[in-house]
Design a protein around this ligand. Structure first.
Ligand code: ATP
Ligand code: MG
Length: 282
């Protein structure tokens, strides 16, 4: 599919982040709704990025947001992706509060399947697992997006980090190489945030700079989930993801057989029921 600007009708803006802006668009010739991400880049790396993005055509998994195509326009690259109509989990929990445990089970199963697929099939690591990069649609499907396929794009976006929350593993903060286990750390942080509706590693009432926060994550004993509030297998799963030493932290594929994840995909109906209840609260 060769997507051209003149075939796209912009419907609304979905959100924006450090890397650019995402709009809901209609691809008129095929009558397909898409999410179009517009990323500002240096002209000099434009061809390189477009070339690196080609691998997205080969990423086909029910747990990964599909790629329709990308094209350049001046200093921008426009990337057309599967439209996920219920958006990302950060906006979902900000609007509707804590995410129920069965939904977190499906989410965990989907993210681990997506990460395992990316790594086993393409030797790609995600590098940016967080609530805003995990998306939901009204069929109850949960998929990951925005993984690090393009080295050039990672370079140009890494320079513009302005986040107030960090999902980065201790080993990454200390400058070690990225591994699939770093994605597992980010998943653990994400699950704590979605379960409690609050980013977990910024102590309440303290006005921490991002540097103080990174230091705290790497060197202090971090808070854990209360086993009186959450199922023990969920608490254990999150604690396992948040093992500070990557040597002792399992990789995504191994975590697929954890007790919390094993039967999680059987709870699909509960996700659908939850989605229906969200509509009522709107
Ligand atoms: P950052 O730039 O730090 O990664 P982010 O993930 O929030 O932050 P974007 O990736 O630009 O920033 O996404 C902005 C918003 O657009 C997301 O929060 C999400 O709600 C929405 N969005 C992104 N991709 C899609 C998609 N495929 N379908 C529906 N909504 C999407
Ligand atoms: Mg994103």
């Amino acid at each position: 599919l060769n997507i051209r600007q003149e075939d796209l009708k912009i419907i609304s803006e979905l959100g924006s982040g450090a890397s650019g802006t995402v709009s809901k668009v209609l691809h008129v010739p095929t009558n397909t709704l898409m999410a179009m991400k517009v990323v500002r880049i240096e002209l000099s790396v434009r061809q390189q990025i477009l070339k690196e993005l080609q691998i997205l055509y080969e990423c086909n998994s029910p747990f990964i947001v599909s790629f329709y195509g990308a094209f350049p326009q001046g200093n921008f690259i426009k990337i057309c992706l599967e439209y996920m109509d219920l958006g990302s989990f950060d906006s979902i929990y900000r609007k509707h509060g804590r995410v129920p445990i069965d939904v977190l089970g499906m989410l965990t199963f989907s993210v681990l399947q997506g990460l395992t697929y990316l790594y086993n099939t393409h030797r790609i690591m995600h590098r940016d697992i967080k609530p805003s990069n995990i998306l939901l649609n009204s069929s109850g499907e949960i998929k990951i997006c925005d993984f690090g396929i393009s080295k050039e794009m990672i370079n140009s976006i890494a320079n513009t980090f302005v986040g107030t929350a960090s999902y980065m593993s201790p080993e990454r903060m200390q400058g070690s190489n990225y591994t699939v286990k770093s994605d597992v750390w980010s998943l653990g942080t994400t699950l704590m945030e979605l379960a409690t509706a609050r980013y977990p590693f910024r102590p309440e009432g303290e006005n921490m700079s991002i540097f103080e926060m990174l230091d705290y994550i790497a060197n202090e004993q971090l808070p854990t989930l209360d086993p009186n509030v959450f199922p023990i297998e969920f608490c254990d799963f999150v604690n396992t993801c948040l093992i500070k030493d990557p040597v002792n932290r399992p990789n995504p594929e191994a975590l697929l057989s954890h007790r919390f994840v094993k039967n999680a995909h059987l709870k699909r109906r509960n996700v659908i029921t939850w989605i229906a209840s969200l509509d009522l609260k709107k």
